[in-house]
Write a protein that binds this ligand. Structure first.
Ligand code: FES
Length: 153
């Protein structure tokens, strides 16, 4: 199949790439731009491992065509913080042990950061509902909630 030229702005950097118009944002991030912090779990919108921000809102990058995002501001976990200069939410996940194997963690953190700008209530139950699109197969949920709540309060 043919490819199309696409210009993507990821973590403040502009990338001109040549991609299959059917390529997902997830595959483009990982395979074309080599930003592998964003993870592929289910590849069909069920697990949240692939969560990134598009114009500040969380999206499942496995359900989004990269070619549709020419004018969008895309942020991935690599843009959020770096070793030695972690985003407060990343530091909170470390502090509260908000992971076990870590595969879901970048999606959890991207989801949590965007969720803080959404109109959810302060109760643990609201955090669980707000984060229900992000699955943790290890079951680290109590610590994930504690990490998110430590930033909210
Ligand atoms: Fe996108 Fe699971 S990989 S939701």
């Amino acid at each position: 199949p043919g490819t199309v030229p696409v210009t993507l702005k990821v973590n403040g950097q502009t990338h001109s790439v040549q991609i299959d118009p059917r390529a997902t944002l997830l595959d483009t991030l990982r395979e074309t731009l080599h930003l592998t912090g964003t993870k592929k779990g289910c590849d069909h919108g069920q697990c949240g491992a692939c969560t990134v921000h598009v114009n500040g809102r969380r999206v499942n990058s496995c359900l989004t065509f990269a070619a549709m995002l020419q004018t969008a501001a895309i942020e991935t976990i690599e843009g959020l913080g770096q070793p030695g200069n972690l985003h407060p939410m990343q530091a909170a996940f470390v502090e509260h042990d908000g992971f076990q194997c870590g595969y879901c963690t970048s999606g959890q953190i991207m989801s949590a950061v965007a969720m803080l700008k959404e109109p959810w209530g302060p109760a643990d139950a609201d955090v669980k509902e707000a984060m229900s699109g992000n699955i943790c197969r290890c079951g680290a949920y109590p610590n994930i909630v504690a990490a998110v709540q430590s930033i909210r309060h």
